[in-house]
Design a protein around this ligand. Structure first.
Ligand SMILES: Nc1nc2c(ncn2[C@@H]2O[C@H](COP(=O)(O)OP(=O)(O)OP(=O)(O)O)[C@@H](O)[C@H]2O)c(=O)[nH]1
Ligand SMILES: [Mg+2]
Length: 595
């Protein structure tokens, strides 16, 4: 199958175009460096099926960062039939050079000047015919987001592919190209074909930035935005969760129980009390988590993250980090895995490693589910927001503490330059796509980890045959007992210990297994927990869950991204130690104070 790759600088809309072309759900965001790995999909162009590849953005062909290396490695090891260069029409003066560099590699090329809508609003006029003639590259002005020029682009790509040699150009050597020739050509084309207004009007972006980057107001504003976001998520999500809970209970009672009535009790127990209770308890949180991600996606797409990076850069520098680390830690509040991969945009390895050490401490959405559940069970509705907030503070405090302790071992002096993209709003289509991706992600995790986790816990609580379920004789009881010397000083009992052990697989498994261990789900489980634990034990358990070893996917990602077993070991062992110390201090301190 012939191959078409999308190439261009970061944040120019390659993934947006990729999604439009192939109907995929590649992640899109207004932040340079959203795509850090290649993804590909098939597309019917004319009468031919081709493979389209979305690549990370590159500033030039000789970049050193990990995501730029991904592109170079791809170009050097694959034969391409066509390169579609996507550039931001508003920045054509800065970005056209990359197209010429790619042209010099000898690849057949199509040039797409994206963000036609923004260029038009700014009064930038580009004579695409002229660009096309002068460079001998078919050129189209498009808007990948809103669709203008898209059909023309499609035809142009199809035609270029038809005209391309039947055998693809060999994998290219991305050797250095003399820059003078490119520069002279560039100046000629720009002068002939591009008409930039002499003074750009003060745009909305500038006006918003005057407030958002205000020396005094900026930080309070940032906190207010985050707070508002959480308020919105919970205000909308909580009723949905209650509804989900009712639906699952009803399904079990009216549908599953009668359906399984003929099976032996052991099978019934496994399927209903094990798989169903475990997975359903976790699944009730899906609406909240999806909402959470949708709101995060909106924030991400507005371009506010780049401002957050800019604002916090000086502060982060004191911790041996920079503004990008801050943004990745923030993304880690969604899910640690993409945040870890996002560090590829950093060139300095020490900086990258230090950031990777901190990201797993971010209170990710899976942990959020555990906390929401336990907080709802043990604290009053008026206390709940503060308890949750304190856990977020703990998450940030542990990250800061870790940075202070480890920064000496990861010295780095990479200069940090961030480009502030204009503010943008995602289209409803982009939002729906993102929400769908998160739902899919949940199902993947459910089928991969959560079901396996809860089934295992169920078996451990029920075997060997004949023992009291979950009692001290069962395997679960024995396992919990084995960990007692370590965990009872933290106020964590045997049953919770079992949940923690399997929570290592995926943190959602913690509540899933609690449902299995206590053989109840939803509200009944909450009631049960409230009887078994006091708030000090519950909080100590949550602190431990927050900090202890990251989940399996996170550990695998750390291993793959750091390519170092030693570092992976530190990244697993340090949080474990920290979690123990924190919970120990909290639990013993609170008991000593008489709580
Ligand atoms: N106004 C406007 N915005 C666009 C257009 N195309 C993409 N965007 C926005 O530009 C931002 C970047 O889009 P992406 O598709 O993530 O860009 P990318 O080139 O894949 O970026 P990297 O993966 O970081 O290299 C997002 O906020 C998009 O919604 C367009 O035609 N017009
Ligand atoms: Mg992208």
């Amino acid at each position: 199958m012939r191959k078409v790759a999308l190439l261009g600088m970061p944040n120019t809309g390659k993934s947006t175009l990729f999604n439009r072309l192939t109907g995929s759900g590649a992640r899109v965001g207004n932040w340079p460096g959203v795509t850090v790995e290649l993804s590909s999909a098939k597309l019917l162009l004319g009468a031919e099926m081709v493979e389209v590849i979305d690549l990370p953005g590159i500033y030039d062909l000789h970049g050193f960062s990990e995501d730029e290396r991904v592109v170079r490695h791809f170009l050097e090891n694959n034969s391409l039939d066509l390169a579609v260069v996507v550039l931001n029409a508003v920045q054509i003066e800065r970005q056209l050079a990359l197209a010429l560099q790619i042209q010099a590699l000898g690849l057949p090329l199509v040039l797409l000047l994206n963000m036609e809508d923004e260029a038009r609003k700014l009064g930038i006029r580009i004579d695409t015919e002229m660009v096309s003639r002068q460079l001998a590259i078919p050129t189209v002005l498009i808007s990948a987001k809103f669709g203008s020029g898209y059909q023309t682009a499609l035809h142009t790509i199809t035609a270029a592919l038809r005209g391309a040699p039947a055998t693809p150009s060999e994998a290219v050597k991305t050797a250095l190209i003399p820059d003078q020739t490119i520069e002279a050509k560039l100046a000629r084309v720009l002068a002939a074909a591009v008409d930039m207004p002499v003074t750009m009007s003060v745009s909305l972006t500038d006006r918003i930035d005057r407030l958002v980057l205000h020396p005094v107001l900026a930080l309070p504003l940032f906190l207010a935005v985050i707070l508002l976001l959480f308020q919105a998520v919970f205000a909308l999500g909580m009723p949905l969760q209650v509804a989900m809970n009712d639906i699952f209970n009803w399904l079990r009672l009216e549908l599953l129980s009668p359906l399984l009535a003929w099976t032996p009790p052991f099978v019934q127990g496994l399927l209903l009390d094990g798989v169903w209770n475990g997975v359903a308890t976790v699944a009730t949180f899906v609406p909240i988590i999806v909402l959470f991600f949708v709101f995060m996606a909106i924030v991400e797409d507005t371009g506010y993250l780049s401002r957050a990076a800019f604002l916090t850069d000086a502060l982060m520098a004191r911790l041996g980090l920079d503004g990008r680390s801050f943004v990745m830690i923030l993304m880690g509040f969604g899910c640690n895995v993409p945040a870890l991969m996002g560090t590829r945009i950093m060139r300095s390895r020490p900086l990258r490693l230090l950031s990777m050490l901190l990201i797993p401490l971010s209170l990710c959405s899976a942990r959020l589910q555990v906390f929401l559940f336990i907080i709802a069970a043990l604290f009053s509705p008026s206390q709940a927001p503060y308890v949750l907030f304190s856990l977020y503070l703990a998450s940030i405090a542990t990250a800061i503490g870790t940075a202070l302790i480890f920064r000496r071992h990861f010295p780095s002096t990479e200069p940090f330059v961030i480009e502030l993209p204009p503010y943008r709003l995602p289209t409803s289509r982009q939002i729906v796509l993102r929400a769908w991706q998160e739902v899919r992600h949940f199902f993947q995790r459910a089928t991969k980890f959560i079901i396996a986790g809860v089934v295992l816990v169920w078996l451990l609580t029920h075997l060997p045959l004949g023992v009291a379920v979950g009692g001290s004789e069962s395997y679960a009881g024995l396992l919990g007992h084995a960990f007692r010397p370590l965990l009872s000083p933290l106020g964590i009992g045997d049953k919770l210990a079992v949940a923690l052990i399997f929570g290592f697989v995926a943190k959602e498994v913690v509540i899933g297994s609690l449902a299995v261990i206590y053989a109840t789900s939803g509200g009944a489980l909450a009631g049960h927990l409230a009887q078994q634990l006091d708030w000090v034990q519950a909080y100590s358990f949550m602190l431990f869950t927050l900090v202890y070893t990251p989940c399996l996917s996170t550990v695998a990602t750390i291993r793959a991204e750091s390519r170092s077993l030693g570092f992976t070991f530190v990244a697993v062992a340090w949080p474990l130690l920290l979690a123990w110390l924190l919970s120990f201090t909290f639990y013993q301190g609170a008991r000593w104070l008489g709580y």
